[in-house]
Design a binder for this molecule. Structure first.
Ligand code: KG4
Ligand code: ZN
Length: 344
C-alpha cells in the first residue's frame, strides 16, 4: 500500500504555503508564496492586507504544489491546515479552503496548531524519537518545551515580553535595516564587531528558563541615539553586538533548560543521548546556531535544526504534524483559534 499522503496548508502569518508529504517522510512538494514584498512597504505585517493576499494566492499555491508533486487530488488521502494561533483572517482563508477540499473529496481534515508544526518539524527531517527538548524561536514565540509525544508538550520557559524574532524585527526597524529584520541584521552583522557595543543580557543566570528581550531593544535605541542616530552610528557594529546579545540570551536560557531536562529524563527514558531541536525562523541564524552548538556540546546534547525551508513558516511541517496523528482527524466544524498555546 502506498504511504498515507497529506496536503498541508499554512496561512497564519505572511506566507501562503502548500505542501504534500507522505508518512514515510518524503516531501513531494513544498511551495511558499511570500508576502514579504507587500509587507516591506508597511515595515511589517498588516493583518487586513495579509488576509487579502492569502485569498488571492491560495488556489494557485495549492495547484502549484500538486503540479510540483506531479499529483492530482486523487493521490491525496487527507488535508491539513493551520487552525491557529495566528492572524485570524489568514487562518480562516486556509482552513476554509482545506475544509472545502476535504468535503468535496470525502477525505479527513486535520486542524493543526502552527506551533505543533514547528515543534514536530525536527522529526520530519530526522529520525529522532521522544522525548526531546525544543527551543522554538520565531517572530511570535520564544519558548522552551519538553516534547514527550505528539500532542504532549510541557512548557519550561517562555518570553516575558518580546519574542526573539520580534526583537530582531523591531531593532532592524530602529536601525533602518528593513523588514524582515532577522536576515537583515545577520547580513549587516557579518562585517561588524560584536564586542564593540555593550548591550545587556537580560535574565542571564536566572534559575528559571524564561526570556526577556524588550530591554535589549531599549538599550539598542539608547546606544544608537548616543552615536548620533542611523546617519552616523556604526550600524554594522550595532547589528553584530545585538545579534551576539540575543545569541547569548538564547544560549544561557537553553543551557538552564538542558540541565533541568537532563535531570528530569535521566530516570524516565533509556535513550543515551539527549536531543535539542531548534525550530522557527530565528533558527536560520548561523551565529545563533553556533552559540547553541557550543552550549549543547558542553551539556552532551545533540542538536537537530531543520533546513531553512522547514525552519521558517512552511506547509510541510503542517502536513507532517497531521501525519503524526493521521488516524485522529478533526471535525469540519473545528473553529479557528487566534490564541492556542501548546501547553495551556
Ligand atoms: O517561524 P517564522 O518564519 O514565522 C513565525 O514567526 O511564525 O519566523 C519569522 C521570524 C522573523 O522575526 C524573522 O526576522 C526571523 O524569524 N528570522 C531571523 C532570520 N531569519 C528569519 N532571525 C535571525 N536571523 C535570521 N537569519
Ligand atoms: Zn512560525
Amino acid at each position: 500500500a502506498k504511504d498515507f499522503t497529506i496536503l498541508g496548508i499554512e496561512s497564519s502569518c505572511d506566507e501562503t504555503a502548500a505542501a504534500i508529504v507522505s508518512a514515510d517522510k518524503s516531501i513531494h512538494a513544498n511551495k511558499i508564496a511570500s508576502q514579504i514584498e507587500t509587507h516591506a512597504k508597511h515595515g511589517g505585517v498588516v493583518p487586513e492586507v495579509a488576509a487579502r493576499a492569502h485569498l488571492d494566492m491560495i488556489d494557485d499555491v495549492i495547484a502549484a504544489a500538486l503540479a510540483d508533486a506531479d499529483m492530482t487530488f486523487d493521490d491525496i488521502d487527507g488535508i491539513a491546515a493551520t487552525a491557529g494561533p495566528g492572524l485570524i483572517g489568514g487562518v480562516i482563508v486556509g482552513t476554509v479552503a482545506a475544509k472545502a477540499i476535504a468535503a468535496a473529496r470525502s477525505i479527513p481534515y486535520y486542524a493543526v496548531n502552527h506551533l505543533e508544526g514547528h515543534a514536530l518539524s525536527g522529526r520530519l527531517c530526522s529520525d529522532i524519537g521522544f522525548p526531546y527538548l525544543l527551543l522554538l524561536v520565531s517572530g511570535g514565540h520564544t519558548q522552551l518545551l519538553a516534547v514527550t509525544a505528539p500532542g504532549t508538550y510541557h512548557r519550561m520557559g517562555t518570553t516575558m515580553d518580546d519574542a526573539a524574532g520580534e526583537a530582531f524585527d523591531k531593532c532592524a526597524k530602529i536601525m533602518g535595516l528593513g523588514y524582515p529584520g532577522g536576515p537583515a541584521i545577520e547580513t549587516a552583522a557579518a562585517s561588524g564587531d560584536a564586542k564593540s557595543i555593550r548591550l545587556p543580557r537580560p535574565l542571564r543566570g536566572a534559575d528559571n528558563c524564561h526570556f526577556s528581550f524588550s530591554g535589549l531593544k531599549t538599550a539598542l535605541a539608547t546606544k544608537l541615539a548616543h552615536l548620533g542616530g542611523v546617519q552616523t552610528a556604526p550600524i554594522h557594529d550595532l547589528a553584530a553586538s545585538l545579534q551576539a546579545a540575543i545569541a547569548d540570551c538564547l544560549a544561557d536560557r537553553t543551557k538552564r533548560a538542558m540541565q533541568i531536562f537532563a535531570t528530569q529524563t535521566s530516570t524516565s527514558h533509556t535513550s543515551t543521548t539527549n536531543t535539542l531541536v531548534i525550530a522557527g525562523g530565528v533558527a536560520a541564524n548561523k551565529a545563533i546556531f553556533a552559540r547553541l552548538q557550543t552550549e549543547a556540546d558542553a551539556a552532551g546534547f545533540q542538536i537537530i535544526v531543520p533546513p531553512a525551508k522547514l525552519c521558517t513558516d512552511n506547509a510541510a511541517m503542517i502536513a507532517w504534524a497531521a501525519l503524526e496523528r493521521h488516524d485522529q482527524p478533526d471535525q469540519l466544524d473545528f473553529e479557528p483559534r487566534p490564541r492556542w498555546p501548546l501547553d495551556p
